[in-house]
Design a protein around this ligand. Structure first.
Ligand code: NI
Length: 158
């Protein structure tokens, strides 16, 4: 496994539409391992392949010590709404207020290309929406209500 360089907003790779994964390969397994390691290293809760420069429809998410790999994810259903602070590893040190569905049902393939359905509420729902949008070249800043804020880190939490 290796930590990959996270692309920062302004990099054109973050504005492109990603291609579907048609078959799993050892190279993609390596990419998934690297994405998980890169996400944990950066203390993030989600990462999409374009954030490491790969234009494929692959997302990793871990909001509660349950890592999920979503390949070719399709959001089937959403309901409710939540308004809260959101950030992105491609825009370090910033956050903004974004309204998202409070419930999301998504269909995806796992790393063995087995189809499954994942349902999430609250942070998981927010994260699924945020990461899936990366696959279509959309950054959360497009949804921010008001101004982006500077994130101040609490040393006790480092
Ligand atoms: Ni992001």
């Amino acid at each position: 496994m290796a930590i990959r360089t996270i692309r920062i907003m302004g990099d054109s790779v973050l504005t492109k539409k990603c291609r579907e994964v048609e078959e799993m390969t050892p190279k993609l397994q390596q990419l998934i391992d690297d994405m998980l390691e890169t996400m944990y290293d950066a203390c993030g809760v989600g990462l999409a392949a374009p954030q490491v420069g790969i234009l494929k429809r692959i997302v990793v998410i871990d909001v509660d010590d349950n890592p999920y790999v979503l390949i070719n994810p399709v959001i089937l259903e959403t309901s409710g709404s939540q308004t809260g602070s959101e950030g992105c590893l491609s825009l370090p040190g910033k956050s903004g207020i974004v309204t998202r569905p409070n419930y999301v049902k998504v269909e995806a393939y796992d790393r063995n290309m087995k189809k499954y359905v994942l349902e999430g509420t609250e942070l998981l729902a927010r994260c699924i929406c945020h990461e899936c949008e990366h696959l279509d070249g959309i950054m959360y800043v497009e949804h921010v209500e008001g101004e982006l804020q500077d994130v101040t880190y609490d040393d006790d939490e480092e």
